[in-house]
Write a new protein. Structure first.
Length: 500
């Protein structure tokens, strides 16, 4: 009698073993499907982990191992010190955009616990995320300025406010006229002449290394390099692009009459003329791809190409004072026929909004990082009846861009040159000013007799002190009587600038 095909199918031991394994695996798969994935959700990547981030870092991202319950993540995310921000999602990736830049000189910790994945409550008992702790830090605040006393006179200097450490970068035989700081903090571009030998039209363009090391300390010796000589051309105003890749210089030929205009130096290449219509004051746009320059009775936006046509033209304005960080807003000056000056807000949507109109001068204007307020250096015109002359008395003011409301923050004594710069984290304003005894500025850390002696030894115009003015946008938007209290720094000089 022959066996049936079915009996032959299970005749071999290996067949029975294979069928048993398949059955066991099927049961295990069914159990897993019924009970759900028992592994804990976790953060797979934190984009700022261990990094030193500055004000140009707009947001960080957390990437999870599975889709998360978004409410539980947002509720339990902690940042220490606090750093308010807004959250957006894309699948398993969460982006966090701080409302204000992280404060410089700080270490931050990002924590997340007690958050759940999206499907845990549907298939099994909730299991919270594996606790996550990340960290990042910000660079220490540094500032640079041109010295104004003794052996520092005319030299480029770095100062670290937290450590009260100072370092001279340029040699005594060079008198620095102006400078720009590279975005990576490793170099400074500056113009200078030989001390006591040359006139202002003999300016050369240099770079010098800052000596800031990987630990954010001033440990390396500065290295000087000549970028542009003055043998064939006179060098005037210059600017460095925000990305640090391009330099623009206004030059006048010493040999060919009337040859004047902008020259471009791109990433250590030889300088080349743009051959555009000559103009006055200029500055790079925030995207580093074009330049705003005063031409005729307006401001032209020119690409960085030879003989290129303007990208845009603002016919009503005399000059651009500054751009907002986003590149969509700018502060401009309009010179009125009645000899007054108007400060305008313009944007890329065609808005032209007058913020204030004054009889004095508009010395400067800068946006805060959030582009909600504009900080301005303006002047009042006052008559000195005894000498029968008019004096311009500068003051620092804050203008709310939505309401155009102006609030005076700091009154300054009459003086010829004063400049200011907002810190990249938006926490303070740095300025240089003559500080006579009557000014409402005090610093308990500086003895009154030593400070007084340094002020009376020279005229206010010859020796100016650096001042830091803390600003708090939230408070200043809520009240009208609050005035920040300035702090005198124990350093004297001009053209102060925060490092980016």
């Amino acid at each position: 009698m022959q066996s049936s095909p079915r009996s032959k199918l299970f005749a071999q031991p290996i067949d029975r073993f294979a069928i048993g394994v398949i059955a066991i695996l099927s049961v295990m798969i069914a159990v897993l499907l019924w009970s759900g994935d028992r592994t804990l959700p976790q953060v797979r990547d934190f984009s700022w982990q261990g990094q030193k981030i500055d004000a140009t870092n707009i947001s960080f991202a957390l990437t999870f191992s599975r889709p998360m319950d978004r409410d539980s993540v947002e509720k339990n995310l902690q940042i220490e010190p606090p750093l308010a921000g807004k959250i957006s999602w894309s699948s398993r990736r969460m982006s966090y955009t701080p409302l204000v830049p992280a404060i410089y000189g700080k270490s931050y910790t990002v924590k997340l616990a007690d958050a759940y994945d999206r499907f845990s409550s549907e298939i099994s008992k909730k299991k919270s995320i594996a606790p996550f702790v990340g960290n990042f830090s910000t660079p220490n605040p540094y500032l640079a300025y041109i010295g104004a006393q003794a052996e520092e006179q005319g030299r480029l200097i770095i100062y670290a406010p937290q450590r009260k450490e100072k370092k001279i970068l340029t040699p005594a035989e060079l008198k620095v006229l102006d400078f720009r700081i590279y975005p990576d903090r490793q170099k400074i571009l500056f113009g200078a002449i030989k001390t006591g030998e040359q006139s202002l039209i003999d300016q050369k363009i240099y770079t010098v290394t800052t000596g800031i090391d990987a630990e954010d300390k001033l440990s390396k010796a500065p290295q000087l390099q000549t970028i542009l000589g003055n043998e064939e051309f006179q060098n005037f105003k210059f600017d460095l692009s925000p990305d640090g890749k391009n330099i623009l210089v206004q030059r006048l030929s010493r040999k060919q009459v009337g040859l004047y205009g902008l020259w471009l130096i791109s990433e250590n290449n030889s300088p080349k003329p743009l051959e555009n219509q000559p103009g006055g004051d200029f500055m790079f746009t925030p995207d580093s791809s074009s330049v705003a320059i005063a031409q005729g009775e307006g401001v032209a936006i020119l690409p960085l190409e030879s003989q290129a046509a303007p990208l845009d033209f603002l016919p009503r304005f005399g000059t651009v004072l500054s751009f907002g960080r986003s590149g969509t807003k700018a502060a401009t000056i309009k010179f009125n026929k009645d000899y007054t000056r108007s400060l305008y807000l313009v944007n890329n949507q065609g808005l032209q909004k007058e913020l204030t109109k004054i009889n004095g001068s508009i010395l400067g204007a800068q946006f805060d990082p959030q582009e909600k307020n504009l900080y301005c250096l303006l002047t009042d015109v006052e008559q000195d009846t005894a000498k029968n002359i008019f004096l311009e008395k500068p003051y620092l003011a804050e203008i709310n861009l939505e309401s155009a409301q102006l609030q005076r923050l700091l009154e300054l004594p009459p003086q010829r040159e004063v400049q200011f710069k907002i810190a990249p984290d938006g926490q303070s304003i740095l300025l240089n000013s003559a500080v006579p005894n009557a000014a409402p500025i005090s610093n308990p850390s500086i003895p009154e007799d030593s400070a007084q002696g340094s002020r009376t030894s020279r005229s206010p115009q010859a020796l100016t002190q650096l001042v830091v003015l803390p600003i708090n946008n939230e408070q200043s938007n809520e009240k009208s009587n609050f005035l920040p209290q300035p702090e005198l720094l124990p350093i004297f000089g001009t053209s102060p600038r925060w490092f980016p």
